[in-house]
Structures are given as structure tokens and as C-alpha cells.
Design a binder for this molecule. Structure first.
Ligand code: BMA
Length: 385
């Protein structure tokens, strides 16, 4: 009786394995034979999930999809503070200068984690990291997209990001500095891992070491060689991805506006290390020059991104103090509406002499409302609808 029963279990077990095997075979054949480049085999899918969480994969898809409808409007520190207010002072309500002026919240939320590497409680612009975490979670839960830059201090001089003392070559050759940098990246990883919804780290577009073709940061042109830059980028991503197991990050590569002989891909660390292409271009109160760069440079970014089948964005822009009348509808919009960028990030509203989005009562408010009403501008509610 016992042995008959055992035999039956063995046979049904064997049949079960056989069915599974055929099921798997039919799945992989289907994928092998299908000509659809977007379909992944089971094995590929497992690899991708390990490398990028499901949520990060979804974000990549969202970026591609939304670019077919328009471009998402982003603002740096949108909900952390604005002109004459700080989230810290009235944490019960979420505010934003963009919402105060247009009635709509931005779709993309930029944050900067400079000074997380030092183990500080506040970032370089005095935003407490605990508040930042809450604001990231809030924005993500509402359907917003989160992007994070990192104005890290200089390892060698202990000055800030703008301290040009060469340090990347030191880092590559000096074991002691490597130890410190490893700790810095651990602090970055710990923070980005701690921003969770339903016990899962939320997906974040991480944009470290930006504007490297300019010479104002320690990781920039002239302060760090091209080869060293790539080693720095790859080493940082390896630490985050492999040592700390972060799979919620998409990595954005964002040089500054190109000068005539600049090569957009000069500092590119490789396809395995970049998920999104970007560029930072500011209007230094010269619309003509700005428009020329926007049109010329975004065309290059678009070409590269399309070849590599990755999304692309206008990762930083703005006109400080917004002193050019109708800037949003006349200078910016016509020159980006057909570029296919997924998002555009305006820099922070810090002070009356340092802001890039209108605030209540700003003379450009009406133009901004007209910009909001144009077909391609996507705000938070446009993403979720
Ligand atoms: C710069 C300025 C600085 C700020 C830094 C990081 O462009 O806005 O005041 O500290 O970004 O946010």
C-alpha cells in the first residue's frame, strides 16, 4: 500500500516536471521565434529584474511612453521650499511654487543629496534628509517621477563640488581615499534604499557627476581626465549596484551644453552604466544663444538616445529670475515641443535673485499659465490621467 502510494506520487511528480518542462520550452520557443525586439526571454527577464527592479523597469517604460504625448515638467526642490516658504515650517501640507502659480503640481521632482556622503542630517541647501525622504515618497505615491543629483564634496581638499582641486586621480591611486569614497557611496546607497513604499525602494533617476564637460566641478573638464571620469562613474555604479544591491536606480548621463568642438559622448561610461541621456543648458539672458544650443544639442542627444534605444531628457534648464518676457511660451516651448524629451527640469527657487520657476505674483506668471495650457506640457495630473 505504502509503496503503491509512493509510486503514484513519483509518477505524478514526474508528470508535473514534464509539463513544466514543455511549458518552459513553448515559452522560450515563442520568444526565440518572435521577431519582436521588445519581448524578452524568461532568462533575460530574470536578469533585468535583478539589475533593475520591476518599478525601475516600469519607470523606463513610463519615460518612453510619456514622450510620445509631450514632456513632463520638473522642478528642483519643488516641494522642499519656494519663495518665502519652507516645507519644514508647515509640514502638514505639500506646497510648490509651480502649483501656487498654475494650479498644477510638477510631474518630475528633483532633489540633491550633496552632503549625504558626509553623514550630515541636511543637504548642501539645508534640506533635511528626513524631509527629503518624505517628499520623495509623497511625490512618488502621487505618480511623480523622482530624479536625484549629487553635489558631492571634494575628497582631497574637503572643499565643495566647485573646489577644482584634482581628486579623481588621487582617488584612483590612493587606497585611503578609496576607503573614504567607499563609505561615501555606502551613505548614498543607504539613503536611496531607505526611500521606500510598500517595503520597496522607489525608483529614482540618479544623475551624478553632471556637467562634466564644463570645468566648474572637481569631476569636470581639466580637473579630471576623461579616462578617470569613466572609472569614477563605473566604480560608483558598481558599488551601488553590486556591493549594495540597489536595483531601483536608473542612471542619467548629463553633460552641459556643447561648445562647438564638444563631443557629447566624450565622457560616456558605456551602455551598461547609463539608462537615460540628458543635457543641461541654461539661458544666460541671451535667448538667441540659448535657442541655438537647445535646438542643436538636443538633436544630438536625441540621435544618440534613439540609436541606443534609451529615453532622453532636458535634465536641467532655466533662466535665472525669469527676466525675459514670455520666456516659457516664446523662447522655450517652440524649441522643445518636437524634440521628444521625456522631461525638462527647471532649477530651484531659492531666492528672489536665484529662482527658475515663477512664484506667486511673479510678472511671468501669466506666461507660465499659458505654457501649462499648451498641448505638450505634462504636469502631475497629466501623468496620472
Ligand atoms: C547650484 C546653485 C547652488 C546650489 C546647488 C545645488 O546650481 O543653486 O546654490 O547649492 O545648485 O543645489
Amino acid at each position: 500500500m505504502t509503496s503503491k502510494y509512493f509510486k503514484m506520487i513519483m509518477i505524478s511528480g514526474f508528470m508535473f516536471v514534464l509539463i513544466l518542462f514543455f511549458l518552459f520550452l513553448s515559452f522560450s520557443c515563442k520568444n526565440d521565434l518572435s521577431n519582436d525586439a521588445n519581448k524578452k526571454s524568461l532568462v533575460e527577464e530574470m536578469d533585468t529584474i535583478e539589475r533593475r527592479s520591476r518599478a525601475a523597469e516600469n519607470l523606463l517604460i513610463k519615460l518612453q511612453d510619456l514622450s510620445k504625448k509631450g514632456f513632463a515638467i520638473g522642478h528642483q526642490d519643488a516641494t522642499s521650499y519656494g519663495l518665502n516658504w519652507r516645507h519644514l515650517d508647515s509640514p502638514d501640507s505639500i506646497k510648490s511654487d509651480v502649483a501656487k502659480v498654475s494650479g498644477k503640481f510638477p510631474a518630475v521632482y528633483g532633489f540633491d543629496i550633496g552632503h549625504i556622503e558626509l553623514g550630515r542630517t541636511h543637504n548642501l541647501d539645508s534640506v533635511p534628509f528626513d524631509v527629503m525622504r518624505q517628499l520623495m515618497i509623497d511625490a512618488y505615491k502621487k505618480g511623480g517621477i523622482i530624479t536625484v543629483s549629487w553635489h558631492a564634496d571634494n575628497l582631497t581638499s574637503k572643499g565643495n563640488s566647485w573646489d577644482k582641486t584634482p581628486t579623481v586621480s588621487d582617488l584612483i591611486n590612493d587606497g585611503k581615499l578609496q576607503q573614504t569614497y567607499t563609505l561615501w557611496v555606502k551613505r548614498v546607497a543607504d539613503f536611496l534604499k531607505s526611500v521606500q513604499v510598500d517595503n520597496e525602494p522607489i525608483p529614482v533617476i540618479f544623475r551624478p557627476f553632471h556637467e562634466m564637460n564644463g570645468s566648474w566641478f572637481w569631476w569636470g573638464e581639466g580637473n579630471c581626465s576623461v579616462e578617470d571620469y569613466k572609472v569614477l562613474w563605473q566604480g560608483t555604479v558598481d558599488l551601488l549596484r553590486e556591493t549594495h544591491g540597489l536595483n531601483n536606480l536608473l542612471y542619467a548621463y548629463s553633460p552641459n551644453k556643447l561648445n562647438p568642438n564638444d563631443d557629447y559622448m566624450k565622457y560616456y561610461p558605456g551602455d551598461d552604466y547609463v539608462d537615460v541621456f540628458g543635457i543641461d543648458i541654461y539661458d544666460f539672458k541671451n535667448s538667441e544663444d540659448y535657442i541655438h544650443s537647445v535646438v542643436h544639442d538636443l538633436a544630438i542627444v536625441k540621435k544618440v538616445a534613439q540609436e541606443k534605444q534609451k529615453p532622453y531628457a532636458f535634465t536641467e534648464t532655466g533662466l535665472e529670475t525669469l527676466s525675459t518676457p514670455n520666456w516659457f511660451t516664446e523662447v522655450l516651448y517652440p524649441n522643445i515641443e518636437n524634440t521628444g524629451v521625456s522631461w525638462i527640469l527647471f532649477w530651484r527657487n531659492a531666492r528672489v535673485d536665484h529662482h527658475y520657476m515663477p512664484y506667486e505674483g511673479h510678472p511671468i506668471s501669466e506666461d507660465f499659465r499659458a505654457f501649462e495650457a499648451l498641448p505638450k506640457t505634462l504636469f502631475l495630473e497629466d501623468l496620472t490621467n
